[in-house]
Design a binder for this molecule. Sequence first.
Ligand code: ADP
Ligand code: MG
Length: 407
Amino acid sequence: MSQAPIFPGSVDAAGQPATLGVMGGGQLGRMFVHAAQRLGYFTAVLDPDPTSPAGRVSHYHIQTAYRDENGLAQLASLCAAITTEFENVPADALQTLAADRPVAPGGAAVAIAQNRIEEKAHFTASAGVAGVTCAPYAVIESPAQLAAVPADLLPGILKTARMGYDGKGQVRVKTAAELAAAWAGLKQVPCVLEKLLPLKAECSVIVARGWDGTITGFAPQYNVHVGGILAVTAAYEGNMPAALAQRARAATESIANHIGYVGVLCVEFFVIDDGSADGALVVNEMAPRPHNSGHYTMDACDVSQFDLQVHAMAGLPLPQPRQHSPAIMLNLLGDLWFDAADQLRTPDWQAVLALPGTHLHLYGKLEARAGRKMGHLTVTGADVDGVTAVARQAAQLLGLPGLDALQ
Ligand code: ADP
Ligand code: MG
């Protein structure tokens, strides 16, 4: 597939400046909008929330439901190309838009990422060539499938096939009885049961693929989750055995190529202990969009994941990004805005911003809630030791968890 480039700053015959659109107005949409605007594009966001982080900074903000025909028609008429910023966007809305405009990633790819059963089938067909497998699992859609679950998948994690994120829609189970109770608790919706694996580490790979099949991307980064939510990302050369890093990148490219993916794709992996020195890679899930674990690219690389999303959808060249600084990213959840007595407070930015190499990104969300992603802090510096020391200081000042789990 090819796509004529959409040049920033151009104006069409009707006087409409080149505009890029995004379905969803969360923080990922906001950072996408910033990247697109910096290049000279106008932007349009479709999100029903009048206070959405991306809507607040976009040239156009269409405030309708994601399936609203008028809203979608308005988005298509304004935009030269359209992307998405959250994976639970209705895939059929993307298909509707694709009848009029280039949409990247396409609805079919997003639909696979929305369903763990389809996602695992896709991984098995594509990542396998790079020697990477899924965690052992069973599909549970019927009482018969529940009864037939092999005992060696326990202890395991029961995950809803659809609409899970940040650890939601998951139950850890040890016995067949617990599994049956957990499935009943999830209202017997389609699920997968995954074997609970001994994780040595977690990592992710972000690539961008163009309309012509060109692919580029970043080296794998290590991630630490706390309570099912990303807490820390560490990205620097040599943080991972070279062979493992290469295999993760090859598997990610294969996953993207297999479905003719266009846009930025993030694939999450587990590193498990298989007795070998490096450990083995297990592919966990994919996100059809820029990802929280790639936020460090804005401050530590010459081209960020959001720049690549703009380039990919607009048919511009996809340069190989260069990371110029080691980086550690700390997620800032709403919990930080509450003191021990549960009273609202402002985190001590004064102290954090006095530390060298700190880059604060707040998403413009006015109401802090526990577990809500309010922003992130990226620490960059000349060397890994310096970055680690500053990240530790920042984490201590803010009371952030997760750094100790880094290797
Ligand atoms: P989500 O969509 O909520 O991110 P994930 O499938 O990525 O769901 O699971 C969230 C986290 O739970 C993972 O990052 C990992 O820490 C842990 N986890 C998930 N599946 C397994 C597994 N099979 N074995 C061990 N830990 C797991
Ligand atoms: Mg995950």
